[in-house]
Design a protein around this ligand. Structure first.
Ligand code: HEC
Length: 102
């Protein structure tokens, strides 16, 4: 994959605001305000949504795998490949990092 965690410093304000808009629209209900997996819909799901922030900041997770999960889905996680572009997903990850660093 072309991008890694180190590229998070490359995010522009426009990237972050795109990521925020997409995250609030498509991801917030399950993954919660900060991406911890505690959204309002989470309690009713058979599979607990993952902590995206933890995934993004873990040395044991590859961002390419997280990206692939978002594109293709996994267990309780819907696939977003038809809705979001690669850049959108990258921006969402940037937003999650950003919102946790405030
Ligand atoms: C219907 C609820 C739901 C929605 C909406 C949702 N997710 Fe998920 N997500 C899940 C569940 C449940 C899992 C755990 C799946 C598993 O364990 O395999 C998950 C897993 C993930 C993972 C994998 C994390 C890891 O550590 O492996 C990422 C990344 C992720 N979601 C990002 C997103 C993004 C970005 C969006 C919005 C575009 C989104 N999710 C929308 C329920 C949801």
């Amino acid at each position: 994959m072309a991008f890694t965690m180190l590229e998070k410093t490359d995010y522009t304000t426009a990237d972050i605001s795109n990521g925020k808009e997409k995250y609030l629209t498509y991801c917030l209900s399950c993954h919660g305000d900060l991406g911890y997996g505690d959204g309002i819909a989470a309690a009713s799901l058979p599979e607990k949504p993952s902590n995206i922030y933890k995934g993004l900041t873990s040395p044991f997770e590859f961002e390419s795998e997280l990206y692939s999960t978002v594109m293709n889905g996994n267990e309780g996680m819907p696939a977003w490949g038809a809705v979001l572009s690669a850049d959108d997903i990258r921006d969402i990850f940037g937003y999650i990092i950003d919102v946790n660093n405030i």
